[in-house]
Ligand binder design. Structure first.
Ligand code: HEC
Ligand SMILES: [Cu+2]
Length: 371
């Protein structure tokens, strides 16, 4: 067994041993009964005819009820462990993860970037918001007993709380091409002091929020329509958007989570905000996954009480129904304020008076760190 280094580890192991124990117990039971019956009911005389058996209600009830209870115990226990793992904490320290053939890229909310190495403090809830640039990968940290797929075009999340400092292996657990087996690395769990030192040793980094702001106001020119501070203009206000329920043209509503904001940028005509013209150009092909995460981090930072800072992480991403099995839906993690702000407020378009925006071609060299 790998080392137990997260709060989940002992729970997952206990369940695993329970399943193994059950399997061993029933295997032995069945084999012993089998051998016993071989001997006891062997053919003694050449023309022996056995006594007919009419059945036994007592026995049949017993062998239905007992397996049912055992199956339910596995279900209830398994489900509780599962939900603890895949329901995101509200106060997690958020880290962005982008998988790529064949490496793992991490970015801390303070801006530090890492490849195939992840430095985290011990005893803190860490929440990963993950996607991939190419094919499906799967982030797997055996010592933490946790893993989740990263899927192109989607955000999945994963969380854990490391319990002891050390260096733990990290794998890709989804066959993803030639160098799949080499797509691994290390998670370095440090004491809080060491972690703070590590962070300051790598200071002067542009945080994802800052980088996103840069993209928003200058590089991509979003600000020509949404205003530099996100208060809106020709496009809707983006302040307070994250976590809010958006009314769509043609009826219907959608919760503004990471997946929605991503769609709004890549496929603006797909879900039109009520009261607006389809004038927003698509930014598909102009942004890589890192930049998309940065833009989303910036837009999230415009929502009061939903800071993307290192102390608090965005809760509503756990609410992303498109993240599939990795994030069970149904948690109302929206701030009531953000929910209630009137989506129709911004429908009176005002000519944007700010001259800071420009539609310069996207600068692919900006704020990224690719090979
Ligand atoms: C030409 C003007 C224009 C530009 C440039 C523009 N947008 Fe938009 N944006 C709009 C309009 C109009 C809407 C509302 C209609 C729609 O949903 O497409 C919108 C909608 C949105 C929404 C959904 C808002 C909501 O309330 O649900 C987001 C998020 C968004 N834009 C982000 C961006 C980002 C990020 C950029 C820069 C990469 C950008 N926009 C560039 C005009 C623009
Ligand atoms: Cu992979």
């Amino acid at each position: 067994m790998p080392e137990q280094a997260s709060t989940f580890a002992s729970k997952v192991d206990a369940l695993y041993f329970y399943l193994c124990g059950l399997t061993v117990f029933f295997t032995l039971l069945i084999i012993s009964v089998l051998i016993f019956f071989f001997v006891k009911y062997r053919k003694r005389a050449p023309f022996e005819v056995p006594r007919p058996i009419a059945g036994s209600i007592k026995l049949e009830t017993l062998w239905s009820v007992i397996p049912f209870m055992i199956a339910m115990s596995i279900f209830v226990w398994g489900a509780s462990v599962y939900f603890a793992q895949y329901r995101m904490p509200k106060d997690g320290m958020e880290i962005f993860v982008v998988g790529k053939q064949w490496m793992w890229k991490f970015q801390h909310s303070t801006g530090q970037r890492e490849i195939n190495e992840l430095h985290i403090p011990v005893g803190r809830k860490i929440k990963l918001t993950m996607t991939t640039e190419d094919v499906i990968h799967d982030l797997y940290i055996p010592a933490f007993r946790t893993k989740a797929d990263v899927v192109p075009g989607r955000y999945t999340s994963l969380w854990f709380e490391p319990t002891k400092p050390g260096r733990y292996r990290l794998f890709c657990a989804e066959y993803c091409g030639t160098n799949h087996s080499g797509m691994g690395g290390w998670v370095e769990v440090m004491t809080q002091t060491d972690f703070d030192n590590w962070l300051s040793g790598n200071a002067n980094q542009v945080s994802p929020v800052e980088a996103g702001k840069q993209l928003f106001t200058t590089t991509l020119g979003c600000a020509t329509c949404h205003n530099a501070d996100g208060t809106g203009g020709r496009g809707p206000a983006l302040t307070g958007l994250y976590g809010k329920t958006v009314q769509l043209e043609g009826g219907g509503t959608v919760t503004a989570d990471e997946a929605y904001i991503r769609e709004a940028i890549l496929n603006p005509q797909g879900q039109l905000v009520v009261g607006y013209q389809p004038i927003m150009p698509t930014f598909k092909g102009q942004l890589n996954e890192d930049q998309l995460l940065q833009l989303i981090a910036y837009i999230k930072s415009l929502s009061p009480g939903q800071s993307s800072g290192i102390e608090t992480a965005a809760p509503a991403s756990a609410n992303n129904p498109q993240a599939g099995a990795a994030t069970p839906a149904g948690q109302g993690a929206k701030s009531p304020d953000a929910q209630r702000s009137n989506p129709l407020n911004a429908t009176a378009p005002q000519p944007s008076a700010n001259g800071s925006g420009n539609n310069a071609a996207p600068n692919r060299r900006g704020n990224q760190n690719r090979q």
